[in-house]
Design a protein around this ligand. Structure first.
Ligand SMILES: Nc1ncnc2c1ncn2[C@@H]1O[C@H](COP(=O)(O)OP(=O)(O)O)[C@@H](O)[C@H]1O
Ligand SMILES: [Mg+2]
Length: 262
């Protein structure tokens, strides 16, 4: 399968007043088309930096990022992004918020087509009936659902999510994982998901990449060989539990300690 995302030998340091801060060290990541790549690693190791590089919002000091056979050198419109705290415009309805990228990216769609697309996605994530609400009228989980719709409304090749479910309670988070699983069955995107939740990485990932401590290298790659239509129950089965133990050990190594993980 063709790799849709290729991160080749990416090395980056931030310039700070105390001198360079090396953040990424010769990072190599390949994500085949349509796959979900979950990335885990210690806090501060460079995960959010990685998302900015993939989106073309920053250039690495060394190495290259390729999306769909094209080298990324500037911000890409064919990328969708979702974050932990979705920024929604309060003066717009949920429907209008979801439609926003379609107003920015020229898709050639008419207004009714744009609205139809946004309504369709909102229905898919269970927000039918909430289209006319304002962001503050929705729960955190619902806002995150709407923000997922907004991230993919313009049918991006690549969806980058930086700890998107981090602020949600456990049950809401698990609901969102299932929504995400269903969305990816219906929409075509290749995904990079940054998360600090190992269960989330195993539930959603086709591969899980463990980054080392800063500067981040690819420390370990796990192929998640579980059925595509996996349910939350799968996480309690021995195969997944073994994977979770393996990842936990790798995170301890990445943190440079064998003791308890906080
Ligand atoms: N613009 C910046 N300038 C200087 N240092 C930065 C900048 N952005 C992030 N950093 C530092 O780089 C390191 C990696 O940051 P980040 O990529 O946000 O890590 P993570 O998302 O894994 O927690 C952190 O130590 C952070 O403080
Ligand atoms: Mg981060």
């Amino acid at each position: 399968m063709e790799n849709l995302i290729e991160i080749k030998g990416v090395t980056h340091a931030y310039k700070t007043k105390h001198g360079p801060l090396p953040v990424l060290d010769n990072l190599e990541i390949n994500v085949p088309e349509g796959e979900f790549c979950a990335v885990v690693g210690p806090s501060g190791c460079g995960k959010s930096t990685l998302t900015r590089l993939v989106a073309g919002l920053m250039k690495p000091d060394q190495g290259e990022v390729w999306l769909h056979g094209e080298r990324v050198t500037s911000p890409r419109k064919t990328v969708g992004m979702a974050f932990q705290n979705p920024v929604m415009l309060e003066w717009r309805t949920i429907l209008e918020n979801v439609m926003l990228p379609l107003e920015i990216v020229d898709t050639g769609m008419t207004r009714p087509e744009r609205e139809g697309r946004a309504r369709h996605l909102l229905e898919m994530v269970g927000l039918k009936g909430f289209e006319g609400k304002r962001p503050s009228e929705l729960s955190g989980g619902m806002r995150q659902r709407a923000s997922l719709c907004r991230a993919i409304v313009h049918s991006p090749d690549v969806l980058i999510m930086d700890e998107p479910f981090g602020a949600l309670d456990n049950f809401t988070r698990e609901d969102l994982w299932q929504t995400m699983r269903d969305l990816r069955g219906k929409e075509n995107f290749t995904c990079v998901l940054i998360t600090h939740d190992l269960r989330e990485s195993v539930f959603l990932g086709d591969q899980v990449i463990v980054l080392s401590g800063r500067p981040a290298r690819t420390q370990f790659v796990l192929d998640v060989d579980l059925p595509a239509d996996r349910t939350i129950d799968v996480l309690y089965e021995p195969k997944a539990v073994d994977m979770l133990h393996l990842l936990r050990d790798q995170i301890r190594i990445a943190q440079g300690r064998d003791g308890e993980v906080h």
